[in-house]
Design a protein around this ligand. Structure first.
Ligand SMILES: [Zn+2]
Length: 346
């Protein structure tokens, strides 16, 4: 038994073109459950063919529309036939991208032979925004390698390596950060003077630190050591990362001080330190800057402490007989603790 999928394209003028996409075959009488219905490879092939056919038709119509001169309406002569490749969620499609000679009525000097490619204005990137968005979402939720595996398992997307998934995730993150900064700038622009001072504070360098003890493999003549990973962020500067090992680096505070200065920090300037609650880390920042610094517990470790409070509350509520004082109100507040902290309530 055979099934053939045909795509019927109808223009606004009523012209119809039919393209045969794929044909699926099965035994006349199936013998196993696996032979019933569509399977993934067939679906991927169908999607890829459908995408290529639809996309090429759209781009061809776009090129035909822009071939007419905007001044006199005459068809501009074809100069060259080239192709462009566009990566989409449903496969990479090779697209005709013709170049036209600019109409005589618009040539700056007659016979100069200026050419134009209308497709360049449409294909502003090598990939569709949808592919970028899905790759960035997977890159943010899973490891980059798993993100690639998931996409390739389910969709006819072209093989991509984890590096490209990482670079697209970072590109989208930068776009989001830029949008956030713009929104923040618009809010601070309408604030009063004290708020302006707070905004100036907000643009101080932020040092994020986390420390870990690395244990030596048993039997090796190497000591365990402590590494401190950190980064310095300051508006207008690219993020700077560093990872001194306390026992090896001659002076971690010197490295941190250099990283801060590279980020535009100047002697006496305020610094915000975000760390995991280890008191040694804010001390490191204070010794690097020579100033007080503002220590802040990072969100992960703050959230861990909230989780502890939630567990205590869960335990109290389960006590039999129930406690004398009603726990309803604290229970509601505990459920909202993360939200309240996130939105700046102290
Ligand atoms: Zn013209």
């Amino acid at each position: 038994m055979q099934w053939t999928v045909r795509l019927e394209a109808r223009t606004s003028g009523g012209e119809v073109t039919t393209t045969e996409l794929v044909t699926f075959s099965r035994p006349a009488v199936v013998s196993t459950l696996a032979e019933v219905g569509l399977v993934l490879p067939e679906t991927k092939a169908l999607l890829a063919k459908l995408q290529a056919s639809m996309l090429c038709g759209q781009v061809a119509a776009y090129a035909a529309h822009h071939r007419a001169c905007v001044e006199c309406g005459a068809l501009q002569p074809l100069k060259d036939r080239r192709t462009r490749r566009l990566q989409t969620l449903f496969g990479t499609v090779e697209i005709e991208a013709p170049w036209f000679k600019l109409c005589r009525c618009r040539q700056p000097v007659p016979m100069t032979g200026v050419t134009v490619s209308p497709i360049r204005a449409l294909l502003t990137a090598r990939y569709t925004p949808e592919l970028e968005r899905v790759q960035a979402e997977l890159g943010a939720r899973t490891s980059f390698r798993d993100g690639v595996r998931i996409l390739e398992a389910l969709l006819p997307v072209s093989p991509a390596n984890h590096e490209s998934l990482r670079s697209r995730t970072h590109a989208v993150a930068l776009q989001l950060e830029a949008a956030d900064r713009q929104a923040a700038a618009e809010i601070t622009a309408v604030r009063d003077e004290p708020a302006k001072a707070a905004a100036a504070d907000a643009s101080r360098p932020v040092v994020m630190l986390d420390g870990a003890y690395i244990c030596a493999v048993p039997g090796h003549q190497v000591r365990s050591f402590e590494a401190v990973c950190g980064k310095v962020e300051h508006e207008g500067h690219p993020t700077r990362r560093f990872a001194p090992v306390r026992s090896v680096a001659e002076q971690p505070r010197v490295l941190l001080r250099a990283a801060l200065q590279h980020q535009g920090w100047r002697e006496g300037g305020a610094v915000t330190a975000i760390s995991d609650g280890d008191p040694a880390l804010p001390v490191l920042v204070r010794s690097a800057t020579g100033g007080p610094g503002e220590p802040i517990l990072d969100w992960f470790h703050l959230s861990m402490r909230v989780q502890h409070v939630e567990q205590v509350m869960g335990g109290l509520c389960a006590v039999e007989p129930p406690p004398l004082a009603p726990l309803d109100h604290p229970q509601i507040d505990v459920a909202r603790l993360r939200h309240l902290l996130w939105t700046g309530h102290h």
